[in-house]
Design a binder for this molecule. Structure first.
Ligand code: 1AL
Ligand code: ZN
Ligand code: ZN
Length: 506
């Protein structure tokens, strides 16, 4: 009897391992007691033939444990490797560092009906974005003090599916008050943001260069950036046309002429008078200036290039909508395309691509700035009165890729523009690259898979109808998104619980 038992033992243990395997892979077990992730494991390997690392594209495996990347091995080494754990093999699909979107308006708290943290961060996860930095305006109140930052953090609690940081507002009320700015920075905003023209939001008034100079001198101590909406309202013919008839107001050209490139150029010219303070040995050494959503690829860009070569600490972003669309294609009355600065002509678009490819534009951001469809005035089509802002968050990756292919955009460039440089701007040393020790913020996608962005497509944004990309055919399907090792999105499904981390600067 005893002998029989001994003989059966290997068989029994085989059966036990098989049952354990079934238990782990049973569909109902995919969602464990850990509701933050669609994956049961805390220690696992991601394998792919195409992993984008700072050293280039490799075929190999990324080991994730406790939310971090703990090792990266090449394919040859992997085959020699005997220590294995749970393995997810993505084959030819591309594994990249999660995108970091430094310019997002989620409008929460106070205007969550415009977007809000839950839908905004679900859309981000579905688009491969693992971290976003929320703008200080369009929420109510604006984030301009420690108390208003507290409201943001409270609103984000258990409602964010990806990591979220916050920019604070530099406004006339706090700009000349160094201790107020220090309190805001000490409370954890990653940097400040200001407008050189009216922002469209009453509790976020515009700043002039004196305010900005003061802001930079405080930011210098914290080594954090100032982001600037660089347009200065100059007189233009079409300012006078606001009261014109319905047809003029529906015409895209009327709107385009109301915000000429001169507005951007004038703002940047003024900005550069204080940007020199950021040079080594300057009054605000340690601070950094970042120009958001550049649209003008002519004189404005020339000024920025000159400032960079003079040693100013300055960077610039543009957005997918300036790279995808041109004024010529925008139909009159189609206010989905209204944003500031405006989308300019096709020649300008070509020059933006050229500047991006040549490295004069440092990074990309969505400037996702939605509202309720009623305020987009989609029926009326009045470009002068509609809310300005493009709705795009979930689609920035396929848009950059689809429209960039003819310019020869590479996967490494995508990682540079959408991960590495944004991480640096936001001071996130543990993010922005697939590297040992970093957070396991990773997404997996199939660049060649095309899809029609129509009503059948799962859109997680609160108001899909206002998206400028609706009706487009795009290339690049996101399969899976990991935030700090949690599988937060896979094939149309999100993790049950919202476990993103609010990021506060220390
Ligand atoms: N209040 C806004 O969200 N404005 C935004 N609007 C745009 N870009 O049209 C922006 O970033 O300037
Ligand atoms: Zn702006
Ligand atoms: Zn914005």
């Amino acid at each position: 009897m005893e002998v029989v038992l001994w003989r059966l033992l290997p068989l029994l243990s085989l059966l036990a391992s098989f049952l354990f395997f079934l238990y782990l892979h049973h569909p109902s077990k995919q969602v464990s007691h850990n509701e933050c992730s669609l994956l049961f494991f805390n220690h696992f390997w991601i394998i792919s033939k195409r992993i984008v690392t700072p050293q280039g594209l490799i075929s190999g495996a990324v080991e994730v444990k406790g939310g971090n990347i703990i090792s990266i091995v090449m394919e040859e080494e992997w085959h020699r490797n005997s220590k294995r754990g749970h393995v997810i093999d993505y084959g030819e699909a591309v594994v990249m560092p999660g995108l970091i979107d430094v310019h997002v308006h989620l409008d929460d708290p106070g205007r969550a009906e415009w977007e809000g943290f839950p839908s905004g961060t679900k859309a981000a996860a579905a688009g491969g974005i693992t971290t976003l930095i929320d703008m200080p305006l369009n929420s109510d109140p604006s984030t301009v003090s420690p108390d208003t930052l507290k409201l943001k953090i409270a609103a984000a609690e258990k409602r964010i599916y990806v990591d979220v940081g916050f920019w604070g507002g530099l406004v006339p009320e706090n700009a000349f008050n160094a201790s107020a700015l220090e309190a805001l920075l000490s409370a954890g905003v990653l940097g400040l943001k200001s407008f050189m023209c009216p922002s469209g939001i009453n509790d976020f008034p515009m700043t002039n260069t004196s305010h900005i100079k003061e802001g930079l001198s405080v930011l210098a101590k914290y080594r954090r950036p100032l982001l600037v909406h660089a347009e200065i309202q100059e007189d233009s013919d079409s300012n006078l046309q606001v009261e014109n008839g319905r047809d003029e107001a529906r015409s895209y050209l009327t709107y385009l002429k109301s915000r000429p490139p001169l507005w951007e150029e004038a703002a940047i010219r003024e900005l550069l008078t204080v940007a020199k303070d950021t040079r080594i040995g300057g009054l605000a050494e340690g601070a950094h200036l970042h120009i958001v959503h550049l649209s003008d690829a002519s004189s404005s860009l020339d000024l920025i290039k000159k400032a960079k070569s003079s040693g100013d600490s300055i960077t610039v972003e543009t957005c997918p909508h300036y790279l995808a669309f041109s004024a010529e294609e925008i139909q009159d009355g189609d206010t989905r395309f209204k944003c500031a600065p405006p989308i300019r002509d096709a020649t300008n678009k070509e020059k933006l691509w050229e500047a991006l490819m040549e490295g004069h534009i440092d990074m990309l951001s969505s400037d996702h700035s939605p509202t309720i469809p009623e305020l987009k005035l989609l029926n009326d089509g009045n470009f002068l009165r509609a809310w300005g802002g493009i709705s795009s968050l979930q689609f920035v990756l396929p848009v950059t890729w689809s429209y960039g292919r003819k310019y020869g955009v590479t996967l490494e460039q995508l990682a540079l523009w959408w991960s590495e440089r944004p991480a640096k701007l936001a001071g996130q040393d543990s993010k922005g690259a697939i590297a040992i020790g970093n957070h396991a913020d990773i997404f997996v996608w199939q660049p060649d898979v095309e899809f029609d962005l129509n009503a059948d497509h799962p859109i997680h944004l609160k108001h899909p109808s206002i998206s400028a990309y609706l009706g487009k055919r795009l290339s690049g399907k996101v399969l899976a998104t990991f935030v700090r090792g949690n599988l937060v999105y896979e094939e149309g499904k999100h993790a049950p619980a919202a476990c993103g981390t609010p990021i506060l600067a220390t």
